[in-house]
Design a protein around this ligand. Structure first.
Ligand SMILES: [Zn+2]
Ligand SMILES: [Zn+2]
Length: 248
């Protein structure tokens, strides 16, 4: 990354977290009991998990952009750690949309997780920062309103948690895979999985092998809604298994 973009990225990440701290500071905590705090926290994480799961389902079942030659990357027969592959990828990526790139990255990670392990915090940050920032700004507006009741305070807190959750869905997923750039995240995930507070490695392995379950990457608790939805969409031929496999 060029120094200018590296600096800009650091500022963007810092700005997001400063705004988030401001949001938590502005919350009228006296409106919460221990029970309502835990209930709003869990429901918010569940909603973030569900939103991430739906987005993941949508992207996984989008067809690769064959017109832009993404199939040549997806089915690349040789070693991907070569200048030839890097050149090909740069040319294709330069002329395509963010959605095309995301579709390719999501699909290719089912077959080969190694590029995922070396991606840094900032790279995942850019994938979901726009919706997360919109949620955060809405929470800040709600938290600074002069007239507040318990419901608006709960909603502001929920939006802050959903924002953090949506922002970090792909980070959590990379931690599950054993990210080399964020070992602290990997360690936290191992504890949470041991305590059975989030989805297991088996659930995630099933997603990689079958593509019909385990789309929710944050805590995985919303999978019981998204899994049957995926199977229904497949049955109704609204989505097609060949697209999950990268075929036209
Ligand atoms: Zn997937
Ligand atoms: Zn994965």
């Amino acid at each position: 990354m060029q120094p200018f973009y590296a600096k800009l990225t650091s500022w963007l990440i810092l700005s997001y977290f400063l705004a988030l701290i401001a949001g938590f500071y502005l919350i009228q905590w006296q409106q919460f009991s221990a029970l309502s705090f835990l209930a709003v926290l869990y429901v918010s994480l569940f909603i973030a998990d569900f939103i991430g799961g739906l987005a993941h389902l949508f992207i996984d079942y989008q067809p690769l952009n064959y017109a832009k030659h993404y199939d040549e990357l997806y089915f690349y027969p040789g070693d991907r750690n070569t200048p030839d592959f890097a050149d090909k990828k740069r040319q294709i990526v330069e002329n395509s949309s963010r959605l095309d790139m995301s579709v390719y990255h999501f699909k290719v990670h089912h077959r080969n997780v190694s590029p995922y392990l070396n991606r840094r915090y900032a790279s995942f940050f850019y994938e979901t920062v726009v919706p997360s920032a919109m949620l955060l700004i809405t929470a800040l507006v709600l938290a600074t309103r002069s007239e507040q009741n318990a419901l608006s305070v709960y909603l502001a807190f929920a939006l802050l948690i959903i924002s953090v959750g949506v922002l970090h869905t792909n980070h959590v997923h990379s931690w599950v895979h054993g990210s080399k750039t964020m070992p602290w995240g990997v360690a936290a995930i191992k504890v949470l999985q041991k305590m059975r507070l989030m989805y297991s490695m088996e659930t995630h392995a099933r997603h990689h092998s079958q593509g019909e379950s385990g789309f929710c990457f944050l805590i995985g608790h919303a999978n019981f809604i998204v899994d049957p939805l995926c199977r229904l969409l497949l049955q109704w031929h609204i989505i097609h298994k060949r697209h999950w496999h990268g075929q036209p």
